[in-house]
Structure formats: C-alpha cells, structure tokens
Design a protein around this ligand. Sequence first.
Ligand SMILES: Cc1cc2nc3c(=O)[nH]c(=O)nc-3n(C[C@H](O)[C@H](O)[C@H](O)COP(=O)(O)OP(=O)(O)OC[C@H]3O[C@@H](n4cnc5c(N)ncnc54)[C@H](O)[C@@H]3O)c2cc1C
Length: 382
Amino acid sequence: MATPMFRFDPMTLPPEAEALRGEVRAFIADHADAMSFSRSGFDRDFSRAMGRKGWIGMTWPKQYGGQERSALERYVLIEEMLAAGAPLSAHYISDRQSGPNILRFGTEEQKRHFLPRIVAGELTFCIGMSEPNSGSDLAGTRTRAVKVDGGYRINGTKLWTSNAHRSDYAILFCKMAQPGEEEVDRHGGATQFLLDLKSPGIEIRPVIDLLGEHHFNEIFLTDVFVPDWLLLGKEGNGWNQVTSELAFERSAPDRFLALFQMLREMVRLAGPDPDRATAAALGKLVAQLATLRSMSLSIAGMLQEGLQPNTESAVVKDLGTRYEQDIPVVARQLFPTEPELEAVETYVSMIARSTMSAPRLSIQGGTREILRGIIARGLGLR
Ligand SMILES: Cc1cc2nc3c(=O)[nH]c(=O)nc-3n(C[C@H](O)[C@H](O)[C@H](O)COP(=O)(O)OP(=O)(O)OC[C@H]3O[C@@H](n4cnc5c(N)ncnc54)[C@H](O)[C@@H]3O)c2cc1C
C-alpha cells in the first residue's frame, strides 16, 4: 500500500491535560473582566499573570524558563483561552512562533537573553515577513541586509505587521544584498534577524483596518544597524527557517476558534427547543468544529513527536478559515438583525465585528490559494 501523503491520527488527551483544563477555567473566571469578543486584546498585565502561572513557553526547556510540559497540555490551555476571548496578543506570537524559532535556530546567548523574558510575559514579538509586492511571494522580498563591521546594515519596508507598534522585537525576514549579481536561486541569501524595534532608522506607521482599528503597521527601515549577535540562525538559511515558522503559525487552534463565542451566542439565542432548520444549521457548525478540533489535536500530537506536519497544518487552516467565514453568514440567516459595531447588545455587535473581519481570515498566515498549492504539493499533485 502507498504511504499516505498526510495523516490525522486520533489523539486522546492525557489526564494531565484534562487536569490543566480545570485550572485554566478557574484562572479565566478570576480574570473575567479581561475577556472580550475582540481578536486583538493586548494586555501586558494579563500576559504577566499567565507568565507567573508558567503558561507562556510552557513546552520549552526548564533551563530557559519553560516548564517542559507537553504540546497537548499547551493545546488545552490555548483552546480554553481562545474560547473565552482572553487577551493573548502581548505574548501570543512570541509563544507560538518566535520563541520556538529561537529555540530551534538561535545561539545559546539568544536563548538565554530572550526566552526567559518571553516566558515572563515581558517581551512582545511581531512577524516581519510581508512587504508591499511580496506577501504570498515571500521569496520576492526586497528588504536587503549588507554585512558591515560588527553587524549588518538593513534597508527596506515591511507591511501588514500586526502589533508592531506595541512590540519590542520583530523577526525580520530579508535577503543578503549581492551587488551586481542576478538572482539565480529565489530562496538564496534569505536571512532572519532579531530586530530591536527601538533601533535608530526604524519608523512604524499605522495602517487602519476595515473596523477602523489600529492593528496593522508599515515598518520603514533606513540604514538600520543590527549587531552580529542578533542574526538568527545562519546567513542564507532564512528560507528553511521561515518555512518552519509558518508551520507553527498555521497549525494552532486559533485558526477556527476565534468566533467560538459567537457560536455559543447563537446556541443561546436558539434556546432549548429550536426549530428543525435552526437545529440542523447549528448542528452542522458544531459537527464541523468537532472535526476541526480532532484534526488540530492530531497535529498537536505530531508536534509533540517532533514531526513537521506542514501539509496537515495547511489543510486545517484552509478548512478552519472556511468554517469561520461561514459563521456570520449562518448567523445572519438564522437570527437576522441590523449589525451595529458599537451596539451594547452582544449579538448585534458580534455580527458586525465578525462580518467585517471575516475577509482577513483567508488572507492572514497564507491565502487560500497558497495553502491549496501546499496541499497539492503534499499530495504529490504538483
Ligand atoms: C489580519 C492579518 C494579519 C497579518 N499579519 C501579518 C504580520 O503580522 N506579519 C506579516 O509579515 N504579514 C502579515 N499579514 C500579511 C499576510 O501574510 C499577507 O497579506 C498575505 O500573505 C497575502 O499577501 P498580499 O497581501 O501581498 O497578497 P498577494 O500575495 O498579492 O495575493 C493577492 C491574491 O493573489 C493570490 N495569489 C498570489 N500568488 C498566487 C499564486 N502563486 N497562485 C495562486 N494565487 C496566488 C492570493 O491568494 C491572493 O488572493 C497579515 C494579513 C492579515 C490579513
């Protein structure tokens, strides 16, 4: 029999993960005022409180402040926090991808400097990948680094950088400048840096989104000096490193749990005795959620085994996005209302917010077309 191109083995949560669930729910109840139906809740105090519980970087080695707990325990923590609408933004990127990338590719000095601060909820990272004219086509990045005495001189522009205005560092993806040479290998020269966002030569300008909120930014880098010790991994190995970072980004349960509170609100509105059509529509959403959760848990299990489930992550992100974009559509059909962003009534404002933020879901972290290309390659179709 041919080897399957991707797999989703059933995964059962171990008792310690279920025990943690109770602890997380108690913590959430104690911080009820901090919960909201907004994806961008940024609250350093909440992150510090999570840090004190040992819930940031919880799978990392103890020598860097981690708890050496399993990916399945982390899964339970994240799903409970997302379902409750916890404000995770001040540490989420650092916990999900920047920290793991430093752990994997960083020097001992970088691990000792950055990881304990992330674990304490004191250090916010953002993702410096996309640029004007190179979002999907990351290999087309134009930001260039030149080796100079004691470090690198970097010039370029980054775009759509979530939370850059509130972050301490970015993991910057760029290329080494090769003056006078034609680019032969599109992935060649790609390099990552740990960029201190307070460095001279950096200007961060807001980009206001559809909701009228400041979440995105444009970052201009003019002759920014980055010292040698902040090179992440090796010069020229950036493509390999960024691919690994994207696998962390795409496999998380936030790809289908961001609108969980809205689903719960719809179940509440339907009441204990809904008509058949309402029950069928809600039943379908709940069944899809259960399926996505099983698939995502299976990925957490593979990460625990040290595997790289890139194709599986792309499948979950694509299906999860479609599911989330369906939620406001089904809601409007079942419980029609005039959406109003500022409304006090939860459902009315939820429907406005989710409808206006739905388009971003299939763009962030890789567009639908790009993910399907990855899946096709995983299946051996291209
Ligand atoms: C909410 C949100 C948060 C984000 N946060 C960050 C962040 O923190 N850091 C960061 O670096 N970036 C971030 N991004 C940017 C995001 O990763 C890019 O927008 C995304 O990769 C798409 O790039 P683009 O906007 O340049 O569109 P393009 O790449 O120009 O794509 C435009 C359209 O063409 C299609 N397309 C492109 N290439 C192909 C192809 N080869 N085959 C078929 N179709 C193709 C795409 O699917 C898309 O539909 C964020 C985006 C959003 C929406």
